[in-house]
Design a protein around this ligand. Structure first.
Ligand code: 3HC
Length: 309
């Protein structure tokens, strides 16, 4: 199915939703706002919760911009339809700085900072406050979902939903099975993924799940290749784009996702597996220490003009 048809179907199939009608996303950063956007454009009512009001404001702005991009793709030059799509989708999104305002939802997805103790505390609170039927999910990219949910009672109604950046564009959703997830919860999460236009794959709670388990060593090897002076970063990027069909080379991708994220994912996987493929990469550590985190800071492996940020 081409992208256009899939986006249109995504928007027009909003009425066929069954189980999950209301979604709360905790965390208004890049991933959280992307998740909120795809749920809202699929017809679901969404609440975004973030402690920082300025992040909620940014999230609303970026969602509007990205909805317009999706609208243009879906409705071509029909300005009225595009505006209607943006207006209807944004009208389904509420924001709050209080977790309590988001607990009455069918599905609550956490997309906050990647810190185990902070996530655990949030899930324990959500477990106490949310109604019985609410499913809790984490968008962690690399922390064990069993560890995050260790303190909750509703382990049968808990799982991982790992999205990819940029969420509105990337078609994959990894549905992660915790040790005690029920079949009904798993099926509901798979159905929900479909309802927001994603193709779902399933993985056990294993370090990096499927995609980051493979992307991690790939990215690390690319940096090591460059660090040794075997090839330039530009040539390595061209190599993987033209020789392997990747949309971005490994250095472009690292700048795009953020070098700090890259380092963190690798670090967590090294701690969990002790596999030397995830061992620290000195150049990556140095760049992160220097604050060269990629597009978001204006410099990573490449430099970025303000207009591209
Ligand atoms: N929202 C909506 N639409 C968007 C968008 C967004 N945030 N970003 C881009 N688009 C749309 C554009 O409007 C454009 O639409 P068009 O085809 O109708 O013109 C289309 O997507 C392509 O965008 P651009 O023309 O701006 O740029 P590119 O063609 O270079 O594509 C890209 C950009 C989609 C990011 C592409 O380079 C890509 O797929 N890169 C790889 C990204 C990737 O690997 N992501 C996974 C990272 S790993 C991860 O997320 C895991 C986590 O745990 C760390």
């Amino acid at each position: 199915m081409n992208k256009l048809v899939s986006l249109t179907r995504n928007f027009s199939s909003s009425s066929s939703l069954n189980a999950i009608k209301t979604v709360t996303v905790i965390g208004g950063g890049l991933m959280g706002s992307g998740i909120a956007q795809v749920a809202a454009q699929a017809g679901q009512n969404v609440t975004i919760v973030d402690l920082k009001p300025e992040l909620l404001e940014n999230a609303q702005k970026s969602i509007q911009n990205n909805l317009r991009r999706v609208g243009k793709k879906t409705f071509k030059d029909d300005a009225a339809k595009i505006e209607n799509f943006v207006k209807e989708s944004t009208s389904r999104i509420n924001t709050s700085t209080k977790v309590e305002d988001g607990v009455n939802a069918d599905l609550i997805i956490e997309a906050i900072v990647e810190k185990l103790d902070v996530k655990q505390e949030l899930f324990n609170k959500l477990d106490q406050l949310a109604p019985e039927h609410t499913i809790l999910a984490t968008n962690t990219s690399s922390i064990s979902i069993n560890a995050i949910g260790a303190g909750i009672k509703r382990k049968d109604r808990y799982g991982g939903l790992h999205f990819f950046n940029p969420v509105p564009v990337m078609r994959l959703l990894e549905v992660i099975k915790g040790d005690q997830i029920s079949e009904a919860t798993y099926q509901t999460l798979m159905e929900w993924g479909k309802s927001i236009g994603k193709t779902c794959i399933t993985c056990k709670d294993t370090p990096g799940f499927v995609v980051n388990r493979l992307l991690g060593p790939y990215s690390a090897e690319a940096i090591r290749l460059y660090e040794r002076g075997d090839a330039s970063k530009e040539d390595i990027d061209i190599g993987m784009k033209l020789g392997a069909g990747y949309p971005m080379g490994p250095f472009e991708l690292a700048d795009y996702t953020g070098l700090d994220t890259n380092k963190f994912v690798m670090q967590v996987m090294y701690e969990q597996t002790k596999d030397p493929v995830f061992r620290p990469v000195p150049l990556l550590d140095k760049m992160v220490a220097e604050g060269k985190l990629g597009i978001k800071t204006g410099e990573g492996f490449y430099k970025y003009k303000k207009s591209n940020l």
